[in-house]
Design a protein. Structure first.
Length: 104
């Protein structure tokens, strides 16, 4: 079973809506390729991306590349929300910083 566990940093203004949207997008893109897939995206105090269930280095690199492509595309990001003074409350494109894909 391929397991992907991503932690987004709330210090970088990640919200649960962003985490949910990212999880849905990863499942949508990878489930046709990996029938036995588990994806969890959470918001916390740090950031990480853990991938388990794949032993082949080339396949792991392919999954890393697919995750980066998904993360840096902006088609999965929730719409921006505005408060009464029309100031941006959430600007998802500003959150698209390269995630730490190192394994722990």
């Amino acid at each position: 079973m391929l397991k992907i566990d991503i932690l987004l940093s709330k210090d970088e203004k990640a919200t649960q809506a962003i985490a949910d949207a990212l999880q849905i997008q990863i499942e949508k893109k990878l489930s046709p390729l990996y029938s036995d897939l588990f994806v969890r995206v959470r918001v916390g105090t740090g950031k990480k991306c853990d991938i388990s269930g794949i032993k082949d280095k080339n396949e792991r690199a392919r999954i890393d590349e697919m995750l980066e492509d998904i993360f840096f595309s902006d088609d999965w990001l929730p719409e921006q929300k505005f408060d009464d003074t029309a100031e941006v409350v959430m600007a998802p494109k500003q959150l698209a910083k390269r995630p730490n894909l190192s394994r722990r």
